[in-house]
Structures are given as C-alpha cells and as structure tokens.
Design a protein around this ligand. Structure first.
Ligand code: ADP
Length: 269
C-alpha cells in the first residue's frame, strides 16, 4: 500500500523464540509532520511582526532626538499595526486550539436569524468602510439552533474574507435561503477569485493562496480553519465555488434539524 510505514519490533521470549510485531505508523508520522509544520508556521508568523516592532523601537532608542514628531508617530503607528497583528494571530490560535482540543458541544440557543445576520452585515459594512457595495438578502426568516457566538464568528469570517479579497467598488452579497434540506448562508463576492487547484486546501491552517496579500489585508491564515471547525460542530458544511478573476461564493449549509422556519413559511412550503 502506498504511504505505508511499518515499525517492526522483535521481542525475544522463551528459549530462542522471537515474536515479530509490526504496525503501520504512517498516520503517526503524518501527524508529527503536521505538528512540526504548525510550530514552524506559528514561529514564523510571530517572528516577522516582532522583528518589525523591534526594529522601530531600536531606531527610536538610538536617535529619538533626530526625528521629527510626525516621523515618531508614524513609526509608532506602524509598530502598533504589527502588535495588533500578533494579537489577532494569538486570539485565532486560542480559538482554534479550544475548538480542536474537544471544546464542549456548542450551546443550543434559539437564535433569531434576522438579528444574527444583521450583526454580520454590520461587521461587514464596518470592515468595508464604504469601499464595497454590501447587501443582505434574507429569504425566509426563522430561528437557528446552536451557538450564536460561534455562528456569528463563522459567518462574519466568511464575509470579512469577501471584503479583504474584493477590490474597491466590488459587490458583496450576504444571502440566507432555506429549502427541504435545510438552510444556507452564502457570501458572494466579485473579488479576485480562487484557482480550482487551491480550493481543497483553503481550510488548512495557514494555507493562503497569496501570502503577501493575506498579510497585507490583515489575515492570519487561520480564518477558514476556524470556520470549518465551527460548522462541523453544528453538523454544517462549507462549500466553495469560485472563478479566478470573477469572484467566489462561500456557503454554509446547515441541516434541517438546526433550522426552525417561521410558522408562515413552514405552512407555505
Ligand atoms: P486569511 O487570513 O489568509 O484570509 P483564511 O483561512 O480566512 O486566511 O483564508 C485562506 C485563504 O483563502 C486566503 O489567504 C485567501 O488566499 C483565500 N480566500 C479566502 N476567502 C477568499 C475570497 N472570498 N476570495 C478569494 N480568496 C479567498
């Protein structure tokens, strides 16, 4: 079998007798490689902003009197950006680690969909700062069962990616629909799009199509890994459709058991 790594152990017993044990350790090796990559990634992600902050502070310590006040403020603001970046990364790492190390099942709140989506829409508008045309279309309201905090975070994350990967002037549509299978929250953007080859890897920790672009836009590379965990905990699925240069659709498919349509909608369908 391809990828099989056998660990052989020879155990002597009795007079001149030996027992041979073998086990497949390819999974263990794979996990170990993933763990090492993860540690290397985290270290690298923290080292870069720390180097920048250290560099600015050193420059100021060495020659504070040589700089104009505006230059000092500019340096300090750049250092502040980097420290915010480190804080975001650590917050995302803590969220991910809580989700991965068996956080208790999500709470089963009755979440009003209109209010949940209005919150996501407000976050999106704020992040866009008027640079995009953001719309919200709720086709049939009702309630969701799950953790309001987690679902808000997952939906806002998808919407914030749309903002970050859509050039100014683009459109971002937040759409809620439901049918016999369940409910769907989609984020459609007219942004840079994603090559088909990259799509299967998007939810891997630190996987980015374009590292520079992600960093520049304030990304940590952990957003979609967090989204996937939250959705899985709610028995929901993430689907991605995208075309390079045209835009993307990220949708969260929630099972029927988690959706309570309003009585009027229920009797109509
Ligand atoms: P990041 O913090 O880098 O955005 P994510 O896990 O949220 O990390 O996303 C992983 C990668 O997926 C991003 O770096 C980007 O390359 C790609 N991506 C995510 N959402 C979109 C989108 N709406 N349009 C284009 N690319 C996207």
């Amino acid at each position: 079998r391809q990828g099989l790594t056998l660990q052989i152990q020879i155990i002597p017993f009795g007079d001149d007798q030996k027992m041979v044990l073998s086990r497949d350790i390819s999974q263990i090796e794979k996990l170990e490689t993933m763990r090492r990559d993860f540690v290397a990634n985290v270290s690298h992600e923290l080292r870069t902003p720390l180097t920048v902050v250290g560099g600015f502070l050193e420059t100021l310590v060495d020659g504070l009197d040589d700089f104009e006040r505006e230059d000092v403020i500019r340096f300090l603001n750049l250092a502040l950006d980097q420290s915010n970046r480190m804080r975001r990364l650590i917050e995302d790492l803590l969220t991910l680690s809580a989700l991965e190390t068996g956080a208790p099942a999500p709470s089963e709140e009755r979440i009003e969909i209109g209010a949940l989506l209005k919150g996501v829409y407000d976050d999106t508008e704020l992040l866009s700062g008027g640079r995009h045309q953001v719309t919200l279309d709720v086709q049939g309201g009702g309630y969701l069962l799950g953790s309001a905090k987690e679902l808000h975070s997952a939906f806002s994350n998808l919407a914030s990616n749309a903002v970050r990967y859509t050039p100014e002037g683009g459109r971002i549509e937040l759409v809620w629909t439901h049918d016999a299978q369940g409910a769907v929250f989609s984020v459609r953007d007219t942004g840079i799009g994603i090559d088909a080859a990259d799509i299967p890897r998007l939810t891997e920790r630190f996987y980015r199509v374009d590292r520079g672009r992600s960093r520049e836009s304030g990304g940590t590379g952990l957003g979609l890994a967090i989204v996937k965990h939250i959705l899985t905990r709610h028995q929901a699925m993430l689907r991605v459709k995208s075309a390079l240069g045209q835009g993307s659709v990220f949708s969260a498919h929630l099972p029927k058991a988690r959706f309570i349509p309003l009585p009027a909608q229920a009797s109509r369908s």
